[in-house]
Design a protein around this ligand. Structure first.
Ligand code: DGL
Length: 266
Protein backbone atom coordinates (compact mmCIF):
# COMPACT_ATOMS: atom_id res chain seq x y z
CA UNK A 1 0.00 0.00 0.00
CA UNK A 2 1.29 3.42 -0.97
CA UNK A 3 -0.74 6.54 -0.37
CA UNK A 4 1.47 8.90 -2.36
CA UNK A 5 -0.25 10.54 -5.35
CA UNK A 6 -0.24 9.50 -9.00
CA UNK A 7 1.27 12.22 -11.21
CA UNK A 8 -0.42 12.87 -14.54
CA UNK A 9 0.64 15.34 -17.20
CA UNK A 10 -0.65 16.48 -20.56
CA UNK A 11 0.01 19.45 -22.80
CA UNK A 12 -3.31 20.88 -21.60
CA UNK A 13 -6.61 19.75 -20.15
CA UNK A 14 -7.25 16.86 -22.59
CA UNK A 15 -5.43 14.50 -20.22
CA UNK A 16 -8.27 15.04 -17.76
CA UNK A 17 -10.07 12.33 -19.79
CA UNK A 18 -7.48 9.94 -18.32
CA UNK A 19 -7.65 11.53 -14.84
CA UNK A 20 -11.43 11.09 -14.87
CA UNK A 21 -11.15 7.35 -15.64
CA UNK A 22 -8.52 6.97 -12.90
CA UNK A 23 -10.87 8.66 -10.43
CA UNK A 24 -13.69 6.30 -11.47
CA UNK A 25 -11.66 3.10 -11.40
CA UNK A 26 -9.37 3.93 -8.47
CA UNK A 27 -11.39 6.19 -6.15
CA UNK A 28 -8.84 5.90 -3.31
CA UNK A 29 -5.98 7.28 -5.35
CA UNK A 30 -4.88 10.91 -5.10
CA UNK A 31 -3.98 12.67 -8.35
CA UNK A 32 -1.61 15.55 -9.00
CA UNK A 33 -2.30 16.80 -12.52
CA UNK A 34 -0.22 19.16 -14.61
CA UNK A 35 -1.43 20.73 -17.86
CA UNK A 36 1.42 22.42 -19.73
CA UNK A 37 -0.93 25.01 -21.21
CA UNK A 38 1.90 27.53 -21.70
CA UNK A 39 3.38 25.22 -24.35
CA UNK A 40 0.20 23.78 -25.92
CA UNK A 41 -0.08 22.50 -28.61
CA UNK A 42 2.61 19.81 -28.49
CA UNK A 43 1.24 18.21 -31.65
CA UNK A 44 2.92 20.69 -34.00
CA UNK A 45 6.28 20.86 -32.21
CA UNK A 46 9.55 18.97 -32.65
CA UNK A 47 10.26 15.74 -30.80
CA UNK A 48 13.27 17.36 -29.07
CA UNK A 49 11.29 20.21 -27.54
CA UNK A 50 8.47 17.86 -26.45
CA UNK A 51 11.04 15.68 -24.66
CA UNK A 52 12.37 18.80 -22.96
CA UNK A 53 8.87 19.87 -21.81
CA UNK A 54 8.15 16.32 -20.67
CA UNK A 55 11.22 16.28 -18.43
CA UNK A 56 10.22 19.65 -16.93
CA UNK A 57 6.70 18.35 -16.27
CA UNK A 58 8.05 15.20 -14.63
CA UNK A 59 10.45 17.17 -12.43
CA UNK A 60 7.56 19.32 -11.23
CA UNK A 61 5.40 16.29 -10.42
CA UNK A 62 8.27 14.53 -8.63
CA UNK A 63 8.41 17.48 -6.22
CA UNK A 64 4.92 16.35 -5.18
CA UNK A 65 6.31 12.95 -4.20
CA UNK A 66 4.42 10.97 -6.85
CA UNK A 67 4.60 7.17 -6.78
CA UNK A 68 3.91 6.78 -10.49
CA UNK A 69 3.88 8.95 -13.63
CA UNK A 70 1.18 8.89 -16.30
CA UNK A 71 1.96 10.60 -19.60
CA UNK A 72 -1.66 11.34 -20.53
CA UNK A 73 -0.74 12.98 -23.82
CA UNK A 74 -0.49 10.97 -27.02
CA UNK A 75 2.07 13.29 -28.55
CA UNK A 76 4.36 13.20 -25.50
CA UNK A 77 3.82 9.43 -25.16
CA UNK A 78 4.83 9.04 -28.83
CA UNK A 79 8.14 10.87 -28.63
CA UNK A 80 9.16 11.18 -24.96
CA UNK A 81 8.04 8.04 -23.09
CA UNK A 82 11.21 6.01 -23.65
CA UNK A 83 13.34 9.04 -22.80
CA UNK A 84 11.49 9.49 -19.49
CA UNK A 85 11.79 5.77 -18.71
CA UNK A 86 15.55 6.02 -19.26
CA UNK A 87 15.80 8.91 -16.78
CA UNK A 88 13.50 7.94 -13.92
CA UNK A 89 12.99 4.82 -11.83
CA UNK A 90 9.33 5.27 -10.81
CA UNK A 91 6.75 3.32 -12.85
CA UNK A 92 5.77 5.31 -15.99
CA UNK A 93 2.68 4.65 -18.10
CA UNK A 94 1.88 6.19 -21.48
CA UNK A 95 -1.33 6.08 -23.50
CA UNK A 96 -0.16 4.37 -26.71
CA UNK A 97 0.15 0.75 -25.59
CA UNK A 98 -3.19 0.71 -23.71
CA UNK A 99 -4.95 2.14 -26.80
CA UNK A 100 -3.39 -0.41 -29.13
CA UNK A 101 -4.32 -3.25 -26.76
CA UNK A 102 -7.88 -1.89 -26.65
CA UNK A 103 -8.02 -1.81 -30.46
CA UNK A 104 -6.67 -5.37 -30.80
CA UNK A 105 -9.37 -6.50 -28.39
CA UNK A 106 -12.08 -4.63 -30.33
CA UNK A 107 -11.21 -5.45 -33.94
CA UNK A 108 -12.65 -8.40 -35.84
CA UNK A 109 -10.98 -7.90 -39.24
CA UNK A 110 -7.60 -6.69 -37.84
CA UNK A 111 -7.87 -3.48 -39.88
CA UNK A 112 -7.26 -0.64 -37.48
CA UNK A 113 -7.21 3.09 -38.12
CA UNK A 114 -5.48 5.68 -35.97
CA UNK A 115 -5.87 9.44 -35.91
CA UNK A 116 -3.68 11.87 -33.99
CA UNK A 117 -1.66 15.07 -34.13
CA UNK A 118 0.98 15.60 -36.81
CA UNK A 119 3.79 14.73 -34.39
CA UNK A 120 2.09 11.54 -33.15
CA UNK A 121 1.38 10.26 -36.66
CA UNK A 122 4.87 11.18 -37.92
CA UNK A 123 6.43 9.22 -35.05
CA UNK A 124 4.84 6.00 -36.42
CA UNK A 125 4.63 4.74 -32.85
CA UNK A 126 1.11 3.29 -33.18
CA UNK A 127 2.10 1.23 -36.24
CA UNK A 128 5.20 -0.05 -34.44
CA UNK A 129 3.23 -0.98 -31.34
CA UNK A 130 0.61 -2.80 -33.40
CA UNK A 131 3.30 -4.69 -35.35
CA UNK A 132 4.75 -5.79 -32.00
CA UNK A 133 1.48 -6.82 -30.34
CA UNK A 134 -0.47 -8.10 -33.38
CA UNK A 135 1.80 -8.82 -36.35
CA UNK A 136 -1.21 -9.68 -38.54
CA UNK A 137 -2.81 -6.30 -37.87
CA UNK A 138 -3.03 -3.68 -40.61
CA UNK A 139 -2.90 -0.06 -39.56
CA UNK A 140 -3.81 3.08 -41.46
CA UNK A 141 -2.81 6.40 -39.90
CA UNK A 142 -3.98 9.95 -40.55
CA UNK A 143 -3.13 13.18 -38.78
CA UNK A 144 -6.04 15.50 -38.07
CA UNK A 145 -4.35 18.77 -37.07
CA UNK A 146 -7.49 20.91 -37.20
CA UNK A 147 -9.35 18.88 -34.57
CA UNK A 148 -7.49 20.26 -31.51
CA UNK A 149 -8.12 23.97 -32.35
CA UNK A 150 -11.76 23.22 -33.23
CA UNK A 151 -12.30 21.46 -29.91
CA UNK A 152 -10.47 24.19 -27.99
CA UNK A 153 -12.97 26.56 -29.66
CA UNK A 154 -15.82 24.35 -28.32
CA UNK A 155 -16.88 23.45 -31.87
CA UNK A 156 -17.71 19.98 -30.56
CA UNK A 157 -21.12 19.80 -32.22
CA UNK A 158 -20.47 22.28 -35.01
CA UNK A 159 -21.05 21.68 -38.72
CA UNK A 160 -17.54 22.97 -39.47
CA UNK A 161 -16.13 20.11 -37.41
CA UNK A 162 -18.48 17.67 -39.16
CA UNK A 163 -17.25 18.85 -42.57
CA UNK A 164 -13.57 18.64 -41.68
CA UNK A 165 -14.04 15.26 -39.99
CA UNK A 166 -15.75 13.90 -43.13
CA UNK A 167 -12.73 14.98 -45.19
CA UNK A 168 -10.17 13.54 -42.76
CA UNK A 169 -11.96 10.26 -42.16
CA UNK A 170 -13.11 9.22 -45.63
CA UNK A 171 -9.93 7.21 -46.25
CA UNK A 172 -10.78 4.87 -43.35
CA UNK A 173 -13.88 3.77 -45.26
CA UNK A 174 -11.63 2.83 -48.19
CA UNK A 175 -9.27 0.94 -45.86
CA UNK A 176 -12.22 -0.97 -44.37
CA UNK A 177 -11.10 -0.38 -40.77
CA UNK A 178 -13.57 -1.77 -38.25
CA UNK A 179 -11.79 -0.03 -35.35
CA UNK A 180 -10.41 3.48 -35.01
CA UNK A 181 -8.00 4.61 -32.30
CA UNK A 182 -8.65 8.16 -31.15
CA UNK A 183 -4.95 8.87 -30.68
CA UNK A 184 -5.25 12.30 -29.11
CA UNK A 185 -6.56 13.39 -25.73
CA UNK A 186 -9.04 15.81 -27.32
CA UNK A 187 -10.73 13.48 -29.81
CA UNK A 188 -13.09 11.67 -27.39
CA UNK A 189 -14.88 15.03 -27.14
CA UNK A 190 -16.01 14.73 -30.78
CA UNK A 191 -16.72 11.01 -30.61
CA UNK A 192 -20.35 11.52 -31.71
CA UNK A 193 -19.34 13.30 -34.92
CA UNK A 194 -16.72 10.64 -35.71
CA UNK A 195 -19.28 7.89 -35.08
CA UNK A 196 -21.76 9.60 -37.46
CA UNK A 197 -19.14 9.60 -40.23
CA UNK A 198 -17.88 6.08 -39.59
CA UNK A 199 -21.00 4.18 -38.49
CA UNK A 200 -20.30 0.69 -37.15
CA UNK A 201 -16.62 1.43 -36.58
CA UNK A 202 -15.53 0.83 -32.99
CA UNK A 203 -13.91 3.90 -31.48
CA UNK A 204 -11.14 3.24 -28.98
CA UNK A 205 -9.90 5.99 -26.73
CA UNK A 206 -6.97 5.40 -24.46
CA UNK A 207 -8.43 6.86 -21.25
CA UNK A 208 -10.20 3.75 -19.93
CA UNK A 209 -7.52 1.28 -21.08
CA UNK A 210 -4.83 3.47 -19.50
CA UNK A 211 -6.68 3.58 -16.17
CA UNK A 212 -6.90 -0.23 -16.28
CA UNK A 213 -3.15 -0.51 -16.93
CA UNK A 214 -2.45 1.88 -14.04
CA UNK A 215 -4.57 -0.31 -11.78
CA UNK A 216 -2.78 -3.51 -12.72
CA UNK A 217 0.66 -1.92 -12.42
CA UNK A 218 -0.07 -0.52 -8.94
CA UNK A 219 -1.59 -3.83 -7.94
CA UNK A 220 1.46 -5.80 -9.14
CA UNK A 221 3.80 -3.47 -7.25
CA UNK A 222 1.55 -3.56 -4.14
CA UNK A 223 1.25 0.21 -4.42
CA UNK A 224 -2.52 0.69 -4.42
CA UNK A 225 -3.79 3.25 -1.90
CA UNK A 226 -6.30 2.27 0.75
CA UNK A 227 -9.37 4.37 1.42
CA UNK A 228 -8.18 7.62 3.07
CA UNK A 229 -9.26 7.87 6.72
CA UNK A 230 -10.22 11.53 6.38
CA UNK A 231 -12.69 11.09 3.51
CA UNK A 232 -12.03 11.63 -0.19
CA UNK A 233 -8.56 12.01 -1.73
CA UNK A 234 -7.57 15.62 -2.29
CA UNK A 235 -6.54 15.98 -5.92
CA UNK A 236 -4.57 18.97 -7.14
CA UNK A 237 -4.59 20.47 -10.62
CA UNK A 238 -1.82 22.68 -11.92
CA UNK A 239 -1.29 24.50 -15.19
CA UNK A 240 1.68 26.38 -16.56
CA UNK A 241 -0.66 29.15 -17.80
CA UNK A 242 -4.13 29.88 -16.46
CA UNK A 243 -5.78 30.56 -19.82
CA UNK A 244 -9.41 31.82 -19.84
CA UNK A 245 -10.64 28.60 -21.47
CA UNK A 246 -8.95 26.32 -19.00
CA UNK A 247 -11.65 25.96 -16.37
CA UNK A 248 -14.44 25.92 -18.94
CA UNK A 249 -12.84 23.05 -20.88
CA UNK A 250 -11.94 21.23 -17.67
CA UNK A 251 -15.53 21.45 -16.49
CA UNK A 252 -16.73 20.13 -19.85
CA UNK A 253 -14.42 17.13 -19.62
CA UNK A 254 -14.64 16.22 -15.96
CA UNK A 255 -18.19 17.34 -15.27
CA UNK A 256 -17.58 19.45 -12.20
CA UNK A 257 -15.63 22.55 -11.25
CA UNK A 258 -11.89 22.21 -10.87
CA UNK A 259 -9.64 24.86 -9.43
CA UNK A 260 -6.40 25.06 -11.34
CA UNK A 261 -3.35 26.47 -9.61
CA UNK A 262 -0.74 28.19 -11.75
CA UNK A 263 2.89 27.20 -11.56
CA UNK A 264 5.31 29.92 -12.42
CA UNK A 265 7.22 29.37 -15.65
CA UNK A 266 7.15 33.02 -16.72
N1 DGL B 1 -2.46 16.36 -25.79
C1 DGL B 1 -2.18 16.29 -27.20
C2 DGL B 1 -2.27 14.82 -27.63
O1 DGL B 1 -2.87 13.99 -26.98
C3 DGL B 1 -3.15 17.12 -28.02
C4 DGL B 1 -2.96 18.61 -27.86
C5 DGL B 1 -1.61 19.10 -28.30
O2 DGL B 1 -1.30 19.08 -29.50
O3 DGL B 1 -0.85 19.48 -27.41
O4 DGL B 1 -1.70 14.48 -28.64
Amino acid sequence: MDKRPIGIFDSGVGGLTVAKEVMNLLPNETIVYLGDTANLPYGEKSAEIIRHYSVDNTEFLLKHDIKMLVVACNTASSVALEHLKSLYTIPIVGVIEPAVKGAIFATRNKKIGVIGTNRTIKSNVYAEMLAKLEPEGEIHSRSCPLFVPLIEEFFVEHDATRLIAAEYLKEFKEQGADTLILGCTHYPLIKEIIAEILPGVKLVDSAFSTARDIHSLLDTHKMLALSPKDGKPKHRFFATDLTPKLNELAKYIIGSGIDFEEISVK
